[in-house]
Ligand binder design. Structure first.
Ligand code: NAD
Length: 502
């Protein structure tokens, strides 16, 4: 198996952008970190360094937040009318669309993901996101109401509300859908007239930096979008603690989300947290197995399982258990591992060696507990490759079942009736996604009502749309991204009162 990306396949644009040293984007200018520190950019298919990014410290974060504050209060941005913001966003969408292939290539080399995936879910979805959110810029209505004010019976009052930008948004993103996550943070900021300091994952920062260049080209004024790169414990922490930040928009692990919530509460910052998951996929007695079996396989193996909504717990009606497990195992065995730039690859490497070691440890723990494991092996040689796994025979309380693995590892369980399936499905501290596979309308409705998750899919899994609010319950998060809820969370409502002249 050829494991390393063939970098000669890259377009000239992508190759030029990846190599060399990247700076920080602050106040419309590129500048190195004040300390001069840098971090490597690694291609997970080979483990080789392909470029470097800046390691921003507290001083750089401070400069970025101050620039965002000026952008919010003193600049052309603060006075810009909504339709102009919409135009800028549409221009940005066009620019991203025009170089979608180069952006996808950059993402593939930086993250290990398949080029088909980075094209569809990073580049193209970013274009759709900006177009959808651009429409919101001109549709941020308040309300008017006829007030009662019972203690002043002789005067009538009009009441009204308006939505204002919440302010400086600090956005922190993970590495699994890097460009798309950055744009999901950026687009509502631009639509509502806020400003942004974005800190992408230190493992996959390249496309966020190119996004900053494209914002500049699209006419986003200096200071409105700032990008600081660096490790979470330094750059992310400085951003979260900064008093100049009004809202934190975080996507990442539950562990870090908890720290951020505590920090935000102590400084009265607003926040939304999009965190981890351990999503159940339920195959009912009346499911169409021709659809449910590949559905179950790709719900976990898509993006090498590095998906917050991955269907990592399959709950299968006992009558179908053996057939579904065998079917998913066949698909797992047919998966061709390989570098993301090779269109024949069906699954790329995991994002880095340390992550693969964590995934492998979960599988080892399951083996040690007496589970049957099909697949689930680290591949020898360069690159962080890991074969897809199916695990059966584990107790549902086992850590491999209860903790998020974020890799291509499926744990499968049999159930006898719907009540048992629902009980197992909800037996988790997470509540991000869930799917029910059934041909029965009443059964679908019953599961929809009783599954405790931010999104419930029926006969599909992992379908997201910009019009739908996306968020989690329990330890999967607080608040929503996307949809009307995601837009409104970037605004504050101001109430107005005015006497009506006789
Ligand atoms: P992570 O929590 O380790 O890191 C996420 C981001 O937070 C990175 O940019 C990191 O540098 C930063 N960070 C780390 N420590 C920090 C700190 N102390 N203060 C501030 N920032 C800090 O997560 P990850 O490994 O990058 O991503 C995987 C996780 O993201 C999984 O748990 C996955 O479920 C979750 N995720 C959730 C969603 C969702 O929408 N719910 C989407 C994608 C990924």
């Amino acid at each position: 198996m050829t494991t390393a990306n063939d970098l000669s396949l890259l377009s000239a644009k992508a190759a030029a952008f990846i190599s060399g040293e990247k700076a920080l984007f602050i106040d419309g200018e590129w500048r190195p970190a004040e300390t001069g520190e840098t971090l490597p950019v690694i291609d997970p298919s080979s483990g080789r360094e392909v470029g470097r990014i800046a390691q921003a410290g507290a001083a750089d974060v401070d400069a970025a937040v101050r620039a965002a504050r000026r952008g919010l209060e003193d600049s052309a941005w603060a006075r810009m009318r909504p339709h102009r913001r919409e135009e800028i966003m549409l221009r940005l969408a066009e620019l991203i669309g025009a170089e979608a292939q180069a952006l996808a290539e950059i993402e593939t080399v930086n993250s290990g993901k398949l080029i088909s995936n980075t094209r569809l879910f990073d580049a193209d979805l970013s274009v759709h996101t900006l177009r959808y959110m651009a429409g919101w810029a001109t549709k941020l209505h308040g309300e008017t109401m006829d007030l009662s004010v019972p203690y002043l019976p002789d005067v009538r009052f009009n009441g009204f509300t308006r939505r204002f930008p919440i302010g400086v948004v600090a956005a922190i993103t993970p590495w699994n859908v890097p460009l798309c996550q950055a744009v999901w943070k950026l687009a509502p900021v631009l639509a509502t007239g806020c400003t942004l300091v974005l800190k992408p994952s230190e493992f996959t920062s390249l496309t966020a930096l190119r996004l900053a260049e494209l914002c500049d080209e699209a006419g986003v004024p200096p200071g409105v979008v700032n990008v600081v790169t660096g490790v979470g414990e330094v750059t992310g922490k400085a951003l979260v603690e900064h008093p100049g930040v009004d809202k934190i928009s975080f996507t990442g692990s539950t562990r870090v989300g908890l720290e951020i919530a505590a920090q935000a509460a102590s400084t009265f910052k607003s926040y939304n947290l999009e965190l981890g998951g351990k999503s159940p996929l339920i195959i009912a007695e009346d499911a169409d197995l021709e659809k449910a079996i590949p559905g179950a396989a790709w719900a976990i193996y898509g993006n090498s399982g590095q998906n917050c909504c991955a269907g990592s717990r399959a709950l299968i009606h006992a009558r179908h258990f053996d057939r579904v497990v065998a079917g998913v195992a066949d698909i797992a065995a047919s998966v061709r591992l390989g570098p993301g730039l090779d269109p024949a690859s069906m699954m790329g490497p995991l994002v880095r060696d340390s992550h693969r070691a964590r995934v492998a440890q979960h599988v080892e723990r399951a083996r040690a507990a007496g589970a049957q494991v099909i697949g689930g092996e680290s591949v020898d040689g360069a690159g962080s490759y890991f074969t897809p796994a199916v695990i059966t025979g584990l107790d549902h309380t086992h850590p491999t079942v209860q903790q998020e693995i974020f890799g291509p590892v499926l744990c499968a369980f049999a159930f006898r009736d719907d009540d048992e399936a629902l009980r197992i499905a909800n037996d988790t501290r997470f509540g991000l996604g869930a799917s029910i596979w059934t041909e029965g309308l009443q059964r679908a409705n019953r599961y929809f009502e009783r599954l405790k998750a931010g999104t419930v899919w029926i006969n599909t899994h992992n379908i997201l749309d910009l019009a739908l609010p996306f968020g989690g319950t329990k330890e999967s998060g607080v608040g929503f991204e996307l949809g009307r809820e995601g837009v409104f969370s970037h605004t504050v409502v101001r109430a107005g009162v005015m006497p009506v002249a006789d």
